[in-house]
Every structure is written in structure tokens, then in C-alpha cells.
Design a protein around this ligand. Sequence first.
Ligand code: KG4
Ligand code: ZN
Length: 369
Amino acid sequence: MILLGIETSCDETAAAIVEDGIAVKSSIVASQMAQHAPYGGVVPELAAREHVRNIMPVVAAALVQGGVSVVDLDGIAVTCKPGLVPALLVGLSFAQGIAAAGSLPIVGVNHVLGHIYSCFMAEPELLDSERGFPILALVVSGGHTSLILIRADGTASVLGGTLDDAAGEAFDKAAKILDLGYPGGPVIERLAEKGDPHAIRFPRGLTGEGGKPMRAEDRFNFSFSGLKTSLLYRVRDRHRTPDTTADIAAGYQAAVVEVLVRKTMDAADAFEAPTVLACGGVACNGRLRSDLEQAAAAANRRVVIAPPAYCTDNAAMIAGIGYHYLEKGEIVDPHIGVGARLEDDVGELPFAPHARRRKTGRTDDPILS
Ligand code: KG4
Ligand code: ZN
């Protein structure tokens, strides 16, 4: 089954051709980073305009590089939420246009579940058995910081998320305060290499640190606004040299990474998840990758972190997971809704791959038979 994936939820216009949810024939990403850089963050209205400009050539390039034309497609998968609504609408309308013209089935994909599926594309044996479930996934990007539990029956639940800024946003805002440019994550990571992570201690939000009580319901939630304020005061109140700026970057990165790793491992313990996944733009961060790998090894859990090329927004992950929905013949919704927040989805979300296994059954699988 050959699918065209389309992704326009934030500041990347992306299209990809993927066969059977796994073989990537092409994956084109047009980044708008340069357009948003002067503003220190993504401007939704500007993003939508850029998507309108880019969507046609990006989809055309994906088809050409994938060696297919619209008549060869078996369906279309498009990000329908969460994200910037004006941006989402561009990809969705374009996808519906192609679907109508080619009489193709179309499926709406949750962007965050798409990010999680990028780990399944990197490590396809996760698709092959129900061993290793439940899976605990950390999704960390400029727009999301979520802990999601994926069960062997194909359902997913949001365990927690950020109460204010996303982890990537925390990096972006810090870089803005320090005048380092946009996006903040990569610059702060580079600068942190020259600094001492122990020189300045920044607060670890919602960890109960420093005697600050934490509500039980915030155990798997995140908060980065206190960290950002603390940086703001540090920069305002004290003189900075290049050395102290590097120490600030190292200390700040250490605070973000420590909270992400601690909460992820705590959730993996609480739900007895033998497998831990990490994905999204912030999962490019070398310190996060190595600390999570170390913590998972110490706890005897398997860890899969999406390769950097699949951490940031792309359409291969959207076409990848979309295949599982279309193949099951479910969730093919011609009136796809768009929504801004993952937290708007309460209850169980459909994370398809293992639902498919259970439904078809495989007599040669010792767990299923
Ligand atoms: O997944 P993504 O491309 O877009 C969203 O869906 O938001 O993530 C972009 C975010 C930005 O906030 C950027 O600062 C952050 O990922 N990021 C990083 C690194 N590379 C990108 N954060 C920390 N360390 C990095 N190396
Ligand atoms: Zn994303």
C-alpha cells in the first residue's frame, strides 16, 4: 500500500511517500526556520502563508523522488491535530483536494502519535511482536512535552504534559533571553559543551525539589516557566562574560534534561513499561539522548530514540502510521477536525500498529496463539 503523507502542523511543510508503513520512498521537508527566526518563535499566520507557498512544490517533489504519481497512490495521510490551526488547515485542504481528484481514501493523523511512530520506523522489530509493551513514550518538541503510554492492544493514553511551556520552547525562550538566535535548542547545546553544568543550579519544575510540594496529579506533568523566569533574573541581575554564558547554557540544559529523564523513568516504573521511546525535535539533544540511554540501561529497560533526521517534523512518520489506520479500514474520516492541543483528546487514542496484529492474529506468534 503506497501512501502520500502531508504534514503542516507547525513551521515545516513536508510530504513523503511511504510503502506499507515502513519503506520510505521519499521524504521532503521545507523548513521555514529563516522566516520565523527574526521573531524568536513561530508566527502562526506567517507559517500558514509559507505553507500555501510551499505545499505544491513539496508534494510534487515527494511524488517525483518517490517515483510515483497520484494514480499509483492507495491513500493519503495528513496531520489533522494538534498544531497551529491556520497551518494545519493548509495541509488538510490540500490533501482533501488530491483525495477528491484521485478518489483516494484519506486519513487524519494525530501529529504526536506520528512522532511516536517515527521510533517504530527506526526500530521496525517493535512492530513484530507484543513483547516490550506497554511502551512509555516521551514526545518533546517546540510545541509538545508529553508522556504517553502505548498498550499492546493499540491504544494510547496521555499520562501527562506541560502546564506551560514545552521543552523546546524553554530552549527557544532561553536563547532569546541570551541573544543566541532561533531555534534555541541546538545553540544552547553547542554552548553548553563549553560550560560547567554544575556551576549554576536552575530549578527543576514539578519535581518536589527545594521543599516545594508537588500535587499527586502533577507527577507526570511538566512546568518550565519557573526555569525561564529564573534565567531571566540571573541575566538581569548579574554581569555576564562568555564563560558565565556557557555555564548558564550548561546549567539550563542540565535542568531541562534532568526533569525529562526523571519523569520518563518514573512513569516507566509506575506502568512497568519495559520499553522507553523518545522523539520530537528536543530528542536531537545529545545530553538528553545519553542521559536517557544511561538511565534506561540502569533500570534494565530498552530505549529507542528516533534518529535526529526523524526527530524533527516530517511527513514520513505521518504516512507511516496512516498506513496502519487505512489498512484496518478504520478512522477514515472525510470531515477531519483540526485542533490545537493534544490535551483536548481525553481518554484512549488509537495508536494503530498493534491493534492490527491483535485483529488479524498470527498463529506463528507464541504470544498471540
Ligand atoms: O519537532 P520539532 O521540529 O517541531 C515541533 O513540532 O515543535 O521541534 C523543534 C524544537 C525547537 O524548539 C528546537 O529548539 C528544539 O526542537 N530542538 C532542540 C535541539 N534541536 C532542536 N532542543 C534541544 N537540543 C537540540 N539539539
Ligand atoms: Zn512535531
